[in-house]
Design a binder for this molecule. Sequence first.
Ligand code: NAD
Length: 453
Amino acid sequence: MLQELQNYFKSGATLPYSFRQESLSKLEKMVKENSTQICEALYKDLHKPEQESILSEIVFLLEEIKFAKKNLKNWMKPDTFSTPLTLMPAKSSVHFQPLGVVLIIAPWNYPFQLALAPLVAALAAGNCAVLKPSELTPHTSKLIFQLISRTYSPDYVKVIEGGVQETTSLLEQKFDHIFFTGSTPVGRIVMQAAVKNLTPVTLELGGKSPVIVCEDADLDLCARRLVWAKFYNAGQTCVAPDYVFIHESLKDEFIKKLIKEIKNQFGQEAQKSQDFSRIVNPKNWSRVLDLIDPSTLIYGGSSDQETLYIEPTLLYPVQWDSLVMKDEIFGPLLPILTFSDFSKLIQQINDRPRPLSAYLFSSSPKKHTEFIEKLHFGGGCINDLLIHLGHPELPFGGLGESGMGSYHGVTGFKTMSHAKSIMRRYGIFDFSARYAPYESKTLNLIKKLFGLK
Ligand code: NAD
């Protein structure tokens, strides 16, 4: 299988600008023409509300394609640099060359967008690709297989459906890059498999993304945005706010506002809301419910096994050592903790694995600076949540246990390219001093020039 893609890549067919533009246009057309089927598959897999599917899966992807098409010519141009005097005369440049055949492994939570957004980067950069959608969202996986098979020849882009077994055998093969989106434990497995062939990897993983709400925050706005972000896709978002730290002095007022907002957005009974997703499968449904400590349950907590429903739930008071604070929640539970010292809180968060995102609500520019400079996390927002992801010029990725490497826009193009440095030299001014036999007077001159004894 891989051989066919490698041969196609070697043929050079994917190199020209016109070919890459056409590939992106085909993808754009495919998504636009099939948006209804895409939404239907997402509804079957995750009970995803149509508006969430349209915005976070389809429009998001179309914007990424549009941006790549608009900028591709520029991205493909070599970067040029002036040459240091000592290396003159020469022309110095960096050329972006496609890597070859890229393996893209996708998760289930945004199963369409997270499979195809890395593909946009791969194709814009002139690669061939093998795509492995998540087996946990079978309707979307099947649809991706059908649509991609109709859009591209299988020696250019190929979809392999399946789970652990199929992914394991794909990982045994020698790809030129592996782009993995998923959990940290499986990220480790992927990286270990890549070691054998020294295959470069991009790991887009998860983690516990904190929210800090300071005493000078706009509480109404914060409650509205936090409820939206936490319960979007029922909390199954890699950059979802995992837990919130509210300033001690505001906790009661804040909790009241959160409850009011949940009711505003999802009604008295969220189970009846058309705008609230379900948990992906029974295993995750039980896992999330097991994280609820009844002594901290202040809102929500109801569930339904048959429909994999879990109510938007607030937990308070929660401590660093509570069970729900151990791993990424990835479900509609919001643990609430309190703080009094902002700088100390930043240190405490820094003592834990690096999160993929972090969010601050505060009107103080001083706190904004401290948050940006002192807290370690992949990327985030101040006075909002999630939306940094939608900006095509902002690189998206984690660090430490939340991942390595990044993509979106030109960053994705560069992730999927090799940056090749070239110095173009000419026969003029061929200084004899660099060739043996070396002379002591030249050596002395060099030492003098660089301030050496
Ligand atoms: P996962 O790691 O279980 O699965 C991801 C992919 O890996 C799937 O295609 C699956 O088939 C494959 N896989 C699973 N187990 C494997 C194994 N043992 N060997 C080889 N392949 C295997 O992740 P998930 O449950 O699909 O997604 C949820 C996780 O992904 C969360 O941690 C979330 O934070 C993270 N995530 C990160 C991003 C991001 O952009 N950083 C986006 C979405 C989700």
